[in-house]
Write a protein that binds this ligand. Sequence first.
Ligand code: SF4
Length: 294
Amino acid sequence: MTAIQWRNLPEQAAPYDEEAHVLVRQSTIGQLQLCGKRVELAGSDGYLEPVSEPLVFGTCVHYLAEQDLLAGEPRLDLLTNMNEWIEEILVTEYDWTLAQVPNVRNFFDEIAGAYRLWRTTVRPTFRKEPLGVELKMELPLGEGRDKQIYLQGTCDVLFPSRLVDFKTSRSPWLQDKADVSIQASLYMALAKQTFDIEVKRMTFWNYARGKREWIPLHTARTVKQIDAALLSAYEYGLQMEAGIYPATPVPESSFNKKRGWYCSPQFCGAWNICPAKYLADDRDEKTVAIRSWK
Ligand code: SF4
């Protein structure tokens, strides 16, 4: 069993079929890299779907940028009815409501500010028409034991020679984060499969909330790096097909056996039901997870 590579992507591939294929979403890889058990337990009884102010903030800023790019013109009109579309995002994507958001006015103001700044600093750097916005792409990674393994990812913006993704965070991203991102490598292969174009550059536009600034992080990949990412994604797919979801509450790189930041009532929706959570550190181990805006 071998993984597909950059130079031998299939000319034609059947679309992903839930019955016949195993699906590896790019976003799932991020979770598997932290702890496989989170992926196994997601959706089980007692699992809490994540919601938080930073998550919803990012989704809303993405939404404005996406609507702007799709319309090909400013969508300042969306800043006048934020309660309508933000309520819809909250209800449909997070099972939450505006009434549960403290200080709505400040929240809206910060989203509007991020979008206005995006309009004046990020948007003018896009000189060509995008090939796609919020584009769902997929490719077959290789044969599994019984099923084919498929990769799927949704890129924010694809241009003929560059991929672009928007990220929001409290502090600015470091360049290393962009340079080691598996997302960049996988999206390049997905773009080649979907459009038959060779894009090996990506820009992460990072909105650093603490600085109120959009910062570009440019990164590039070699064919070797893309192939290595495809192999990793394939191996994750094989692991998913076999139903192997190792719990890694302590990162492998942790020499002092300290629990990873993600293994906590605040950051893991599986905390209440997980038999593998790591309890031997200095936090309040009796804490029970709740869904909360913070
Ligand atoms: S509680 Fe910890 S070990 Fe359990 S799924 Fe979450 S991150 Fe993994």
